[in-house]
Ligand binder design. Structure first.
Ligand SMILES: Cc1cc2nc3c(=O)[nH]c(=O)nc-3n(C[C@H](O)[C@H](O)[C@H](O)COP(=O)(O)O)c2cc1C
Length: 319
C-alpha cells in the first residue's frame, strides 16, 4: 500500500472525478463529492476570475452542510485544478483564493512549480500533479508535489501516449506516494484494474461529461453515449499540445479528422481563455473509453453504477 495523506485515505471509492475545461462546475463537483468520489474543477472555469470566490464559497458551504447532516457518510473532499502554464495570467489571483478557502486538494497541470506547492502546503492542503511520462513525474516530486496523476494513452484532453502499465510500473519503482491513473477508465472493473496495477485512484474525466450536472451541450453528451474508441482522434492542432477529440465534432467544424495539419505550441493559451474556450467548445475533447458510456444520467447514478461494477469485479476475483 502506498502512503496516503489523511484527506485521501479511506475514500468510499478509490475515484477522482477529473477536472474538465469549461465543463466542470460547482454543481458537478458537489454531486461527485456527495456521491463519494473526489470532485474537481479547473479554477479557470470560473469566468470572470471574480466568480471563483463565489464558487469556492458555494462548494465549501454546501459540503460542510452535507457533512453536518450526514456525519456517518461524509462527502469526499474536493479539488481545484490549476493550469501552471505561463499563459495563465490568473494563477496568482486564483492561488490566493485557493489558500483563503483552504482547498483540500490542488491538481496542477502543464507545469510544476515549487511556490504553488508551498502555498498549498501552508494550510495543510495536498497537491497532485499530472504527468505523461516518468521524467515529468520525477520533476514534479522534486518540485514538491505530494502525489502524481499518470495520464496514459487514451485519456481525454491533453493525453500522453504511454501504456498505463508502462507508466505505473516505472513510477512505482521509486514513488510510494499517492498515485492516480487516467486514460479511458469508465467502469468499475477498470477502477479495480487501476488499483491492481499499483495506482491508488482511478482518475475519470470523459465519462462524467455524460452526466446531467456537466456543463456540456446535449449534442456533446449524446456523442459520448453513441461513440466508441473508433471515433477518437489524437491531434495537436487545437491547442498546440496533443489531445484526444471526438471526430464528429471535427467534421462538424468543416475539417477532415484523417488529415489534420500540425498545431503550433505557440498558439496555446489557457489563461487568456477566449481562443482556448472556443477551441474546446466546438471541438469536443474525449477519451477512448466512451464505448462503456451508455446513457446520460446523474453523477450520483453513474457513481452508483461504478460502485456496483467495482464490487462485482472484486467478487469475480474473490477479493
Ligand atoms: C473535455 C476535457 C477537458 C479537460 N480539461 C482539463 C483541464 O482543464 N485540466 C486538466 O488538468 N485536465 C483536463 N482534462 C483531462 C482530464 O482531467 C483527465 O486527465 C482525463 O479526462 C482522464 O481521461 P478520461 O477522459 O479517459 O477519463 C480534460 C479532459 C477532457 C475530456
Amino acid at each position: 500500500m502506498s502512503k496516503l495523506p489523511p484527506v485521501l485515505a479511506n475514500l468510499p471509492l478509490p475515484i477522482i472525478g477529473s477536472p474538465l475545461f469549461i465543463i466542470s462546475n460547482p454543481k458537478l463537483v458537489i454531486a461527485q463529492c456527495k456521491a463519494g468520489v473526489v470532485g474537481s474543477m479547473p479554477a479557470l472555469n470560473a469566468r470572470p476570475a471574480s466568480q471563483l470566490e463565489d464558487w469556492l464559497a458555494e462548494i465549501t458551504e454546501e459540503l460542510a452542510a452535507y457533512n453536518k447532516a450526514n456525519p456517518d457518510k461524509p462527502a469526499a473532499p474536493f479539488a481545484i485544478n490549476q493550469i501552471v502554464h505561463k499563459s495563465n495570467d490568473r494563477l496568482e489571483h486564483d492561488m490566493e483564493l485557493v489558500v483563503k478557502y483552504k482547498v483540500p486538494i490542488v491538481i496542477t497541470s502543464l507545469g510544476a512549480r515549487t511556490d504553488v506547492n508551498d502555498a498549498v502546503h501552508s494550510y495543510g492542503g495536498v497537491t497532485m500533479h499530472d504527468i505523461i511520462n516518468n521524467a515529468f513525474a520525477k520533476k514534479a516530486i522534486e518540485k514538491g508535489a505530494d502525489g502524481l496523476i499518470a495520464v496514459a494513452a487514451g485519456a481525454g484532453g491533453h493525453a500522453g501516449i504511454k501504456s498505463p502499465f508502462a507508466l505505473v510500473q516505472e513510477i512505482r519503482q521509486w514513488f510510494d506516494g499517492p498515485l492516480a491513473l487516467s486514460g479511458s477508465i469508465a467502469n468499475g472493473a477498470a477502477v479495480l484494474a487501476a488499483q491492481a496495477m499499483g495506482a491508488d485512484f482511478a482518475y475519470i474525466g470523459t465519462a462524467f461529461i455524460a452526466t446531467e450536472e456537466a456543463r456540456a451541450s446535449a449534442e456533446y453528451k449524446q456523442a459520448i453515449v453513441e461513440g466508441s474508441s473508433d471515433d477518437i482522434v489524437y491531434s495537436n492542432l487545437f491547442t498546440g499540445v496533443h489531445g484526444n477529440y471526438l471526430a464528429p465534432s471535427i467534421v462538424a467544424a468543416g475539417m477532415d479528422p484523417a488529415n489534420l495539419p500540425q498545431g503550433d505550441l505557440k498558439t496555446m493559451n489557457f489563461g487568456g481563455g477566449d481562443s482556448a474556450k472556443k477551441a474546446w467548445k466546438d471541438i469536443w475533447g474525449s477519451g477512448q473509453g466512451i464505448g462503456a458510456v451508455t446513457e446520460v444520467g446523474t453523477a450520483a447514478s453513474f457513481v452508483e453504477k461504478l460502485k456496483r461494477e467495482y464490487q462485482e469485479a472484486r467478487s469475480r476475483l474473490a477479493l
